[in-house]
Design a protein around this ligand. Structure first.
Ligand SMILES: [Zn+2]
Length: 329
């Protein structure tokens, strides 16, 4: 793929900072690490795809170390700053929406949320100035959080809307039936409030094989997000496909991440999934999810799809252009 500007709509702060930067941040903060040297640390915070069996395995790595190391104003500022520069230098990402959950960066209330948010915005501003790129933050609400905690995250997103917070996300596994069915309803008020405040909305769903697009149907019907994180399982559900096409909801596809978590078994299956989306008029973009956790970058994600014949050059170009259009920035 030629060196054209790219836009990443789905990239987590927790899984996209280079290990040597994380190492440096951890040392600067004096964090006691359970490793003897740098290489053991790399193993600790990156993923060996042969060992990961599910999305839950994946998330547990994030929660245990990565989020803890990023839980201070200085750490989050540097993390955000470093990611934006790295994605521009490595993949020419000129527009980037970085997502994280500020409440998973404040050591259960020990650190002040506003300090964490201001620091993230500072890191973003510095990187934008240096590289001339556009960036915005998405705050992730968490499925495992009590509603009042998610409401606080939403309040913060609204408060910082004019400072560079461009939207909200809902993250975490849809591990039980309640999440897939009417349980989605409990977020309806929050998503409506976000929309009214002018924030963009996206939701992780249709990412695990324990569902066949039911989550996508409920989310589109009840929460009406602008975009959906992953949504690959919708390819196996006619109603989900129809609703996505009718509403024009944009999918944020993250190929390597889905292969690592076994959401998609192999490239052949990706060919079927993306082929179905193209056929049914479901709009999708290509993203990284987490560059270091998945050992990838955005340019490589496009190459993976074009070199294996999953997308033609013009289909890849359409996905590239759509990301810029569908951005909340
Ligand atoms: Zn994600």
């Amino acid at each position: 793929m030629p060196n054209r500007p790219l836009c990443d709509l789905h990239i987590h702060v927790g899984s996209s900072v280079a290990p040597h930067i994380m190492w440096s941040i951890a040392h600067a903060a004096g964090i006691k690490l359970p490793v003897r040297n740098y290489w053991e640390f790399v193993d600790l915070i990156t993923i060996d795809p042969r060992k990961v069996k599910s999305l839950d395995d994946y998330l547990s790595i994030l929660h245990t170390w990565t989020e803890r190391i990023q839980s201070s104003p200085a750490a989050i500022e540097r993390a955000v700053y470093e990611i934006i520069g790295k994605e521009y230098r490595g993949s020419r990402v000129e527009k980037i929406e970085l997502r994280f959950n500020p409440m998973k960066r404040n050591l259960d209330g020990e650190r002040d949320l506003d300090h964490i948010i201001h620091a993230a915005l500072r890191g973003m501003d510095r990187a934008c100035l240096e590289y001339g790129v556009q960036a915005g933050l998405l705050f992730c609400l968490a499925r495992e959080f009590e509603p009042q905690l998610n409401e606080i995250i939403l309040d913060k997103a609204i408060r910082y809307r004019h400072r560079g917070v461009v939207g909200i996300d809902l993250a975490g596994t849809e591990s039980n039936a309640i999440e897939l069915g009417s349980g989605v309803e409990r977020y309806a008020g929050m998503f409506a409030r976000a929309r009214e405040a002018g924030l963009g909305t996206t939701i992780h769903t249709g990412e695990t094989t324990n569902t066949n697009g039911e989550g996508v149907i409920e989310v589109v019907k009840r929460l009406k997000p602008d975009r959906i994180g992953h949504g690959v399982r919708a390819a196996y559900n006619e109603e989900a496909l129809r609703r996505l096409a009718d509403t024009g909801t944009v999918l944020e596809i993250c190929p390597t991440s889905n292969l690592h978590t076994r959401a998609v078994r192999h490239l052949e299956e990706f060919k079927y999934i993306l082929g179905t989306f193209l056929e049914q008029g479901v709009r999708f973009t290509v993203n990284t999810d987490g560059t270091y956790l998945c050992s990838t970058h955005l340019k490589r994600e496009f190459e993976l799809l074009t070199e294996s014949g999953i997308l033609s050059a013009s289909e890849a170009e359409r996905a590239r252009g759509l990301a810029f259009e569908a951005s909340f920035i």
